[in-house]
Design a protein around this ligand. Structure first.
Ligand code: NAP
Ligand code: G4F
Length: 345
């Protein structure tokens, strides 16, 4: 039985990857941070099937111990301070986890089990102020946030350990991927959750920032398959994983509201833009400049040709399906909240 160690197992991608690896028959080990209240996050449903190890990306001693205990054949480094906006508020913590944390993990592998294969969660955020459209493995990087800068370090140190020590180390440059398990602070889930609450009379409107930013959005379940495929190849390499389609935040909002039965029309411009519910004339989307970023990534559009050709990776979940799944999940969640409240009254 192969052993896999997942850092960030409690997160969105960690949970889908753990499901995939368990299906493949792996012994799955997951790194968890100690919290005051035990919280398995997105892997609550798998808690009896994963071997949890308490560790932290900023503590190399804990990562060496995790390698010794798991004797992992494959490490998937998904742990990160992953919210771009927070990286301006916590630039040093972001760098310690997302940049130096990668070196800690690579060193732990080199010391304990150098034959172990390594996946690094790189990101389209490294393209930032994009130098070419679409972006592929040859596109120069220009990060626009402390998060993007930290991830670029993680990307290069992975390549460097591959070249310096002959480690089987790969980076997946993944474009935005979402799901029913996405954190509520990210724009997609913020919108689907708010749309569900508005449709069920629990909220009046949602406040957003830059509606014109464009993203290449896929589903996490498809993207974790690409991570696994990268570590099954004969040679280590880096791959872009994306859909090849891009849409604005405005388009995502229209689609999400439509999915909960609300048709919106837009009025005004810039900070005065308002999304109106056509059925009753009420404002359901407003702009709050506090959600604007100090430096924005305006356009991301990936070219997944290499991953498709060399890994045989295919995306199965379309954009419309992604939005519908998220919206339906949030409608269900809000209905349950309402029902629970009714029982408690
Ligand atoms: P996520 O849901 O935010 O999960 C992040 C995980 O990292 C959580 O399990 C979190 O644990 C853990 N973590 C944070 N700081 C840690 C630390 N100091 N030590 C150990 N664990 C720590 O992120 P995701 O969307 O699944 O993304 C997975 C990875 O892919 C991240 O590295 C992200 O930067 C990268 N990425 C994501 C996307 C995307 O669109 N989703 C695109 C490209 C790259 P807690 O539960 O304790 O907070
Ligand atoms: O959903 P977001 O916060 O994701 P962002 O910044 O693209 O980062 C995500 O994708 C990266 C891959 O490219 C990952 F590496 C990273 O870990 C994360 O998963 O914001 C998307 C866009 C931005 O342009 C933002 O300015 O939506 C815009 N936006 C507009 N209003 C908003 C809001 N973003 C958030 N979070 N909240 C808003 O109200």
């Amino acid at each position: 039985m192969k052993h896999a160690l997942i850092t960030g197992v409690t997160g969105q991608d960690g949970s889908y990857l753990a499901e995939l690896l368990l299906e493949q028959g792996y012994g799955v080990y997951g790194i968890m941070r100690r919290k005051s209240v035990v919280d398995y996050g997105n892997v609550e449903h798998l808690k009896d099937r994963i071997h949890f190890i308490y560790a932290d990306m900023t503590d190399i001693v804990s990562l060496i111990a995790a390698m010794q205990e798991s004797q992992a054949d494959e490490v998937y480094n998904l742990a990160a301070q992953s919210f771009v906006a927070t990286s301006w508020e916590q630039p040093l913590a972001t760098a310690q986890i997302d940049a130096l944390g990668v070196t800690n993990m690579l060193e732990a592998i080199r010391i304990v089990k150098p034959s172990c294969r390594f996946y690094q969660a790189s990101t389209s955020e490294m393209f930032g102020l994009v130098q070419a459209i679409p972006q592929d493995e040859q596109t120069p990087f220009y990060p626009r946030s402390p998060y993007g800068v930290a991830k670029l370090y993680g990307h290069w140190i992975t390549k460097n350990y591959r070249e310096s020590y002959n480690l089987f180390a790969c980076s997946g440059i993944l474009f935005n991927h979402e799901s029913e398990r996405r954190g509520l602070e990210f724009v997609t889930r913020k919108i689907t959750n708010a749309a569900a609450r508005i449709a069920l009379g629990e909220q009046e409107y949602v406040e957003l920032g830059n509606l014109e930013a464009k993203r290449d959005w896929g589903h996490s379940k498809d993207y974790v398959k690409a991570m696994w495929l990268m570590l099954q190849q004969d040679t280590p390499d880096d791959y872009v994983v994306a859909t090849g389609e891009t849409r604005t935040v405005r388009e995502f909002a229209e689609c999400a509201f439509r999915a909960v039965g609300i048709a919106i029309e837009w009025q005004g411009e810039g900070v005065d833009t308002v999304g109106i519910n056509k059925a009753n004339g009420k404002a359901v989307v407003k702009i709050n400049p506090k959600f604007y970023r100090p430096a924005e990534v305006e356009l991301l559009l990936g070219n997944p040709a290499k991953a498709e050709a060399k890994l045989g990776w295919v995306r199965e979940i379309s954009f419309d399906d992604l939005v519908t799944r998220m919206a339906n999940h949030d409608l269900e969640l809000v209905r349950k909240e309402i029902a629970a409240r009714a029982i408690n009254v």
